[in-house]
Design a protein around this ligand. Structure first.
Ligand code: IMP
Length: 195
């Protein structure tokens, strides 16, 4: 049994990971190890941020751990919001504020094909002092308006390519199967099985 700390305060992501990872990998949250401080995330790449968060926790809590960082990359906005997805509309903004800003910036791009985007997740895993990276992505389009109430973040405006429902209309299992984080996690699971 491998015990891994998921270096995130987002309980939604911890539950998602618990549902995806095999029973042989026991996930604990920062809450479980009584880590309540904010984890610094000041790099300008997904890989840099994932590594920074994993290192911070591994060094202080002497554990095996992983962290992820995700960005929504919109082609018509030159890849924005990208690494700045969480606070795109400003410090303290809500998911709704971020979606509003993206939809506003895309107001002159009416055709769905020109609203192409992807979610990209990078996971940094620190195991026995060594670092490993895994990446997952899902291609799709930004809808003209938010649809659906499940999930979080930009889910209501993200229509995965080849599907007729946004992420926010899918149940968690369906989203996990095709999502950026699900795919990155699948790669990490594959690695852990062979390790
Ligand atoms: P994080 O690196 O996982 O914290 O993600 C940064 C930001 O990207 C989040 O605050 C969300 O706005 C967005 N995001 C990350 N994952 C998802 C997802 O699965 N669906 C929708 N938005 C997401």
């Amino acid at each position: 049994m491998t015990e891994l700390i998921f270096a995130t305060h987002n309980q939604h992501k911890v539950s998602e990971a618990q549902a995806i990872l095999p029973a042989s990998v026991h996930i604990r949250s920062l809450h479980d190890i009584r880590c309540h401080e904010e984890i610094p995330e000041t790099q300008n790449s997904l890989q840099g941020n994932a590594l920074q968060k994993a290192q911070y926790v591994a060094e202080r809590y002497h554990c095996h751990c992983f962290a992820d960082d995700t960005g929504l990359e919109i082609d018509a906005l030159d890849g924005r919001p990208g690494v700045y997805s969480a606070r795109y509309a400003g410090e303290g903004c809500s998911f709704a504020d971020n979606m509003r800003k993206v939809l506003d910036e895309l107001r002159d791009v009416k055709e769905l094909e020109r609203r192409s985007a992807r979610f990209r997740t990078v996971i940094a895993l620190i195991l026995e002092g060594k670092t490993y990276f895994f990446e997952g992505r899902v291609e799709g389009f930004i809808t003209l308006q938010p649809v659906g109430a499940e999930g979080f973040g930009y889910d209501p405006v993200f229509l995965p390519k080849g599907y007729t429902q946004t992420f926010a209309e899918m149940d968690a299992a369906e989203k996990n199967r095709i999502s950026h984080r699900g795919r990155a996690m699948a790669q990490m699971i594959d690695f852990l099985r062979k390790a």
